[in-house]
Design a protein. Structure first.
Length: 204
């Protein structure tokens, strides 16, 4: 049995993390791929659950060993995904959610052609700015930098298969769940997960 891959990207403040967490809570077949990062944990984040938090030296040592299938430098912090862990989970039939920036998404699509890629957009620039301010964690200067970076990120939306506009959270979550459900009904997925049925029906 082979699991599906879902790549979800968005500019900072678009609500990607909240959507992904809600999806994983509601769908037991989905699991969030946990990446490694050198950034400090945010309030409420847990090591091994949200990220594996490592220092720069450890990250670079893992990179040198070839542990990462993708890695990127984002806002001065390093992020990477372990290839062996991904292979194990997919082999167990787990549907993996990659919450990742567009750079990492590009690399993953090259490696996993069957992955469904999704980009989450804010309903407006003003809404994005208000969401960044509502976090209450950054200075005006940092928010301005994040807004500029978000604009640059959104220029890559055309590289993705699906686009969700997160104006209303419930609607956006429903759309995300629909994408997951549709992906599970692909021929290759159904053929792998119901091999005996296909054989019994004389379909090879």
């Amino acid at each position: 049995m082979q699991g599906n891959l879902f790549i979800i990207s968005a500019p900072s403040g678009a609500g990607k993390t909240s959507l992904v967490r809600a999806l994983v809570e509601r769908d037991r077949g989905c699991r969030l791929s946990v990446s490694y990062t050198t950034r400090a944990p945010r309030p409420g984040e847990r090591d091994g659950v949200d990220y594996y938090f490592v220092d720069d030296a450890e990250f670079l040592a893992m990179l040198e060993r070839g542990d990462f299938i993708e890695h990127a430098l984002v806002y001065g912090n390093r992020y990477g995904t372990s290839g062996s862990r991904i292979a194990q989970l997919l082999g167990e039939g787990v549907d993996l959610i990659f919450e990742i920036d567009w750079q990492g998404a590009r690399t993953l699509r090259e490696r996993y052609a069957q992955a469904a890629s999704i980009f989450v957009l804010p309903p407006s620039t003003q809404a994005l700015l208000e969401r960044l301010r509502a976090r209450g964690q950054d200075s005006d200067e940092v928010i301005a930098r994040r807004l500029a970076a978000a604009q640059a990120d959104m220029e890559h939306v055309g590289e993705f298969e699906y686009v969700i506009i997160n104006k209303d959270f419930a609607t956006a979550l429903s759309e995300l769940q629909s994408i997951v459900a549709t992906t599970r009904l692909r021929y290759a997925t159904q053929r792998a997960r119901h091999a005996q049925l296909f054989t019994d029906l004389g379909l090879g």
